[in-house]
Write a protein that binds this ligand. Sequence first.
Ligand code: ADP
Ligand code: MG
Length: 349
Amino acid sequence: MTDNSTPNRTELTELGEFGLIDHLTAGLKPFNSSTLKGVGDDAAVIDNGEYVTLVSKDLLVEGVHFDLTYTPLRHLGYKAVVVNISDIVAMNGTATQLLVGISVSNRFSVEALDELYAGIRMACEKYKVDLVGGDTTSSVSGLFISVTVIGRAKKEEVTYRSTAKENDLICVSGDLGGAYMGLLLLEREKQVFKANPQMQPELDGNDYILERQLKPEARVDVLEKLREAGVKPTAMIDISDGLASEILHITKDSGLGCRIYENKIPIDFVTADVAAEFQLDPTTAAMNGGEDYELLFTVDVNDFEKVRELKGIHIIGHMLEKAEGEYLISNGGSLYPIEAQGFNHMREE
Ligand code: ADP
Ligand code: MG
């Protein structure tokens, strides 16, 4: 007989995603001295002599991370690879191999999976990463994609989340909030289509943000640019959950505080236009939207002149001692505490 009563049941929503990870991995100590960094960064870091091996994994679930009514399978395959490579890039490394696990229901045909793999292969080709294995199983319903990426970096070049210093400048690549506005647009057209299948989607002129959502890229080019300029970031993370959540990872792990200036946050005009259409503050899209896969990093204040010259890199704030807290300075000059909302799938709306 099993006792089904659960007197000590704790709901997942009480912990949230990061709380749950902390809970499940609390007190883990490595048995192998080669494990230089375990849980807690964009990728694990494994000692390999002069070089380190970097490993990261992401799991994508239909209905949670993607909606096939508006996501072409080819784009999904491409994005599944890119978001993993982005985690290796965020460690200042180069992705080299990939393993892909899929779990599929009989709703999918061979042709559909060919499309998924066309996207996966396209990303492998673009980033020169080798698909070297994986696993395939059936699922009761829906599609699951689990990608593991392996990469490498010179040991002294690895960039962690925890190594920012007081007074470092906070920088971000590209522009933010676009992927989230693209998502809102696709969701809106889906609702319109559901209500009236005769309606054609109105997506013209919004290609930029749709591409940000459906076909993101990993910013390998930014690492090259920084290397050429002789700038080594002191800490780095990729923006998968929104600027707020990511800067809090850097401040928390580095034991510091920060200031970010709203008027310095890079936002594309299409993002701003569509945000206005949705009566949404574009800063909110940048802070809490997510999926932009840009790089957020800190640099030594002495690198200011070098970084200022770099196109597509924006200095948006600076690090302070922990007691100063983490604040956004609004266009009007008011201080707002930075709070992580992110895409916390385990929190109730
Ligand atoms: P990212 O957003 O960069 O993909 P995550 O927020 O998913 O990173 O994960 C944060 C850290 O927690 C990473 O080091 C990841 O490997 C680790 N992690 C996530 N889920 C688990 C789990 N179920 N068990 C062990 N480690 C996990
Ligand atoms: Mg990451």
